[in-house]
Design a protein around this ligand. Structure first.
Ligand code: NCD
Length: 350
């Protein structure tokens, strides 16, 4: 695949055929992510995992993905323990780390910072979130999740309807997912949010120009109607100039809970969220009363992060065609599912 040696900075760089090939590599590495098989194709390789902004799943899933392919990981978190706090430029840090690692993953609070870091560096760098900008690997795992959930339901991404709910202005996962879905055909986007958190106009225009239909709503009743997927997001309080505005932005009326799905949603609607969901009182994020619904895909979605990041590492390091040679059965204990509440694993082709 043409991804070998490439930086992954924006989802814009992927064409539909490439997305579909990545999905196939994802299906190939999934038994490794699910611990049925072991693989050491990246034995001896080192990944530098640089997180200058809060993260649990993204940082750990990148780490897990690299390690499950046999590589090792060097981590740094926050600015405090980094030389950036001594005034070092991103450019200098990048050049130094390029001398140590085979691949670099970076999250940073500023839009464009990962691209700046990558400028002139020849070791592949993957954007794990640059402020309110983009989160391309989240979009890849969201795509894989929709594909897998739909294959169970006999649905296709072309022609689907997706309700995006929450902070559409600052949510980088939303921005990247819109750009990814733009490659497909005839999608109906229901954008559901308060007026001050609307999706940037430039993204709405791009979707329309690509032939998709975009509808904006300020209520769940219209927003959820007919949707095949609900993609809920957290209010990104840390990105507001005035954090009090964040608290006042959203209310119970836009909170998705079991009752609103039952009243306004389709019976088989797939419910997604990039996580973390804000479970604090008054946060109005995706309600926990949805947890027993089988169509709540949020934890399967997080699991898929390891799979798709493995697929991406295999492709940017040029070993996607060698995976089978480095596979061995896993001899360790492996549960058949991750928690008592999960359904047993299924593959998207089952
Ligand atoms: C998201 C992020 O960091 O943009 N989380 C994630 O990576 N899964 C969403 C969020 O923080 O709300």
């Amino acid at each position: 695949m043409a991804l070998v040696g490439q930086h992954v900075l924006s989802i814009d760089q992927f064409k539909r055929a490439q997305l579909e090939s990545l999905l196939e590599v994802g299906a190939m590495v999934e038994p490794i992510a699910q611990r049925k098989m072991r693989c050491n194709v990246l034995s001896g390789a080192v990944m530098a995992n640089l997180f200058f902004e809060a993260s649990t799943r993204t940082r750990l899933s990148f780490h897990t993905a690299f390690a499950r392919l046999g590589g090792s990981v060097s981590d740094t978190t926050g600015f405090t323990f980094s030389s950036i706090s001594k005034g070092e430029s991103l450019r200098d840090t990048a050049r130094v780390i390029a001398g140590y690692a085979d691949a670099i993953v970076m999250r940073h609070p500023d839009i464009g910072s990962v691209a700046e870091f990558a400028r002139g560096i020849l070791v592949p760098i993957i954007n794990a979130g640059d402020g309110a900008g983009e989160h391309p690997t989240q979009a890849l795992l969201d795509y894989y999740t929709i594909y897998k959930e739909f294959s169970r339901l006999g649905k296709k991404i072309d022609g689907m309807s997706i309700a995006m709910v929450g902070d559409l202005k600052h949510g980088r996962t939303i921005h990247s997912l819109c750009k990814l879905l733009q490659c497909f055909e005839n999608i109906r986007f229901h954008l559901v949010c308060p007026d001050n958190l609307r999706l940037p106009k430039v993204l709405i225009e791009r979707l329309k120009q690509a032939g998709h239909r975009v509808y904006e709503y300020d209520n769940l009743q219209q927003g959820l109607a007919g949707a095949d997927v609900i993609y809920a997001t957290r209010i990104q309080k840390e990105r507001f100039a005035n954090p009090q505005e964040a608290d006042m932005s959203y209310g119970e009326s836009l909170r998705i809970h079991r009752d609103s799905v039952a009243r306004y949603g389709e019976k088989e609607v797939v419910i997604m969220h990039p996580l973390p969901r804000d479970s604090r009182e008054g946060a109005f994020d995706l309600s926990e009363d949805l947890d027993e619904l089988s169509q709540l895909a949020i934890f399967r979605q997080a699991d898929n992060g390891v799979t798709m990041r493995m697929a991406l590492f295999a492709c940017v390091l040029g070993v996607e065609n060698q995976l089978t040679r480095y596979l061995t059965p896993n001899r360790l204990f492996v549960p058949t599912r991750y928690s008592e509440y999960d359904a047993p694993f299924y593959r998207f082709d089952e």
